[in-house]
Design a protein around this ligand. Structure first.
Ligand code: DGP
Length: 115
């Protein structure tokens, strides 16, 4: 699947928009969220353009697993004991960028139920 020129996260993958990238391989890019909701707030994205997590899982169960594995590795590197991983799907759930992304949040306590 092609990258999309008017997609913010595709442009970050291509290096056309700067980002604080903490991890990168052929399939996954991870960078710090521009509006962090926790002391550590990192976004992990696939290097293919798909709209949301369900579409990603359908496209490649392996790739969505790679996001989770990378999130665990990054959490360890960042020294996070506990952390939260979130996929927002659809605007009513808070999704604002329609390129699948996994939020990795840590460094503070988290409430449940989420807001
Ligand atoms: P969501 O609301 O779940 O679609 O998450 C999108 C996240 O993307 C949101 O937490 C803010 C972040 N974000 C938006 N624009 C940029 C940007 O230009 N750079 C970075 N690093 N993060 C961005």
């Amino acid at each position: 699947m092609e990258l999309v020129s008017d997609c913010l996260f595709c442009r970050i993958i291509e290096g056309n928009i700067p980002a604080d990238i903490v991890f990168r391989n052929d399939n996954v890019v991870a960078f710090r969220d521009i509006t962090p909701q926790a002391p550590t707030h990192i976004l992990l994205i696939p290097t293919v353009h798909v709209e949301n997590a369900a579409a990603l899982a359908n496209l490649s169960p392996t790739l969505i697993s790679e996001l989770m594995i990378a999130a665990g590795d990054i959490a360890s590197q960042q020294g996070l004991e506990g952390y939260r991983t979130v996929f927002n799907t659809g605007s009513s759930a808070g999704q604002s960028v329609f390129h699948a992304h996994l939020h990795l949040l840590g460094g503070r306590p988290f409430a449940w139920p989420p807001g």
